[in-house]
Ligand binder design. Structure first.
Ligand code: NAD
Length: 468
């Protein structure tokens, strides 16, 4: 087994970089380079230099290379999953590290195979007008720490496919995962086409303001997203902003709880709750409220949590101390305000310093921080309602609008509610399930722009009208 080769290839010597902990044990996993703003300038210059040649190769050659990269990711899937599991904390098993690595290959193949043809927009006998999609130039890709490999691929795959070159900045919490992934990609790409700048938040800020980028693709918090919009006033870089979420789910009256319980659980606890489009507040009708709380609490109590390399586990730690403190603070505040902790509600120090038990908080309502703010951890507040219109109003009262879901045994009733929810994606009887062919993006403070499929290719293209 080659568990250390890729990690060794990207980790620098102690003293030359920043120590990156294993998320579960807090032992040093490796050392990430700390690139400077001068390094960023060099990466942009080589991306600019490489872009015309990469673009000139044409779609079919670029698509073939993306498939080659996907093949190589699959060939190194175990090794990549181990690096990801240790650095990010997500277990190998369940919808976690192996799943994320597999999805990287799937999303790359989709970017390779999706076709974006010129569109005829007018043909009236006198005028023939077509909309063509060309490369934009150099794309800056800034990512978060929760799904570090997959989100980087969402930014890299479509950008490369359309003939752009890319400079990636991983989160300072999870640089080794992205460096290892890019190491595999770069075995197939010409020099300069894809590079990584592994820097801190200042390097991210410098990227957002740099005139060398034609496009910034950003996934992260709403607060950082706002700073990127401000920075783009200077360089007019096009933006795709995938920001925070506080997704609501509504369980309608008369729903068969046993049929939805497991889907609901994973909607909330996917990646131990550290997922942008996870269920973060659940509105449940009075008639099934106790049953839903009991079902979720039962599942939360029985799901194995622990170190990611142990195949038994499907839930892991919080990735970093800051997020652990946010989760602890929000649950403590809810308890102090009188909410009922149905299960969990405390750290699990016997598992490691940053483990927090899967938690279900009942008898809580809007206005509590745990409901109004993004917890981004293994905790779900369950809110009782008696009137569906009122539940829809409360779900829509959030400033965020990433995802939402409706849960019901009545398909028509579910669709009627889905149409009224303000979110970029509304799921019925599922939550957070994504597909590389289906556009994904947020509304309101959750950002703007779409990723995936044809919409995703358009987002990294320069639209140009040709009239004859
Ligand atoms: P974050 O905003 O703190 O950091 C994200 C990235 O931005 C990091 O690489 C960071 O170094 C960089 N950065 C920091 N300051 C910057 C600046 N001024 N300019 C440019 N870049 C800067 O987010 P995070 O804590 O890593 O991620 C968690 C958040 O991301 C949550 O809110 C989550 O909901 C959101 N998220 C959204 C999606 C989505 O698709 N909508 C997906 C995953 C995560």
């Amino acid at each position: 087994m080659t568990t250390t080769t890729l990690l060794d290839a990207v980790s620098v010597a102690e003293g030359d970089g920043r120590a990156i902990p294993d998320a579960a044990t807090r032992e040093v996993l490796g050392y990430a380079p700390v690139h400077s703003i001068a390094d960023l300038g060099r990466a942009i210059a080589s991306a600019r230099g490489a872009q015309p040649g990469w673009n000139a190769r044409g779609h079919s050659a670029r698509s073939r290379i993306l498939h080659d990269i996907a093949d190589d990711i699959e060939a190194h899937a175990d090794e990549l999953a181990v690096v990801l599991s240790r650095e990010q904390g997500k277990p190998l098993n369940g919808p976690n590290a192996r799943f994320e690595v597999g999805a990287c290959a799937a999303w790359l193949r989709n970017a390779a195979d999706t076709v974006l043809e010129p569109e005829t927009v007018l043909d009236d006998g006198g005028t023939h007008a077509e909309l063509h999609y060309a490369a934009l130039g150099v794309v800056g890709a800034i990512g978060p720490w929760n799904w570090p490999m997959l989100i980087s691929i969402w930014q890299i795959g479509p950008s490369l496919r359309m003939g752009n070159t890319v400079v990636v900045k991983p989160s300072e919490y999870t640089p080794l995962s992205v460096l290892a992934l890019v190491e595999v990609c770069n075995r197939h790409l010409p020099a300069g086409v894809l590079s990584v700048v592994s820097g801190n938040r200042e390097v991210g800020a410098a990227m957002a303001a740099h005139s060398g980028f034609d496009k910034i693709m950003f996934t992260g918090s709403t607060a950082t997203g706002r700073r990127i919009v401000e920075a783009s006033a200077h360089n007019l870089a096009r933006l795709t902003l995938e920001l925070g979420g506080n997704d609501a789910g509504i369980v309608l009256p008369g729903t068969d709880v046993s049929a939805i319980a497991e889907g609901l659980f994973w909607g909330c606890f996917l990646n131990t709750g550290q997922t942008c489009a996870a269920l973060k507040r659940l509105y449940v009708h009075d008639s099934v409220y106790d049953e839903v709380v009991d079902a979720l609490a039962g599942l939360a109590a029985s799901m194995p949590m622990g170190v990611g390399l142990d195949e038994a586990n499907v839930l892991g730690p919080l990735q970093n101390e800051r997020q652990f403190e946010i989760v602890r603070e929000l649950v403590d505040a809810a308890r102090t305000a009188g909410a009922r902790v149905a299960v969990g509600g405390e750290p699990a120090p016997e598992l490691g310093p940053l483990f927090y038990r899967a938690t279900v908080v009942a008898d809580i309502t809007d206005g509590e921080r745990l409901v109004d703010e993004e917890q981004f951890g293994p905790v779900i507040p369950v809110i009782r309602y008696s009137d569906v219109d009122d539940a829809v109003r409360r779900a829509n009262a959030s400033a965020q609008g990433l995802g939402a879901s409706v849960w019901s045994s009545d398909a028509d009733a579910a669709l009627e509610v889905a149409e009224r929810l303000e979110a970029g994606t509304v799921w019925i009887n599922q939550h957070g399930v994504i597909n590389p062919a289906v556009p994904f993006g947020g509304l309101k403070d959750s950002g703007y722009g779409h990723e995936f499929g044809v919409a995703g290719l358009k987002a990294v293209s320069a639209p140009k009208v040709i009239i004859r």
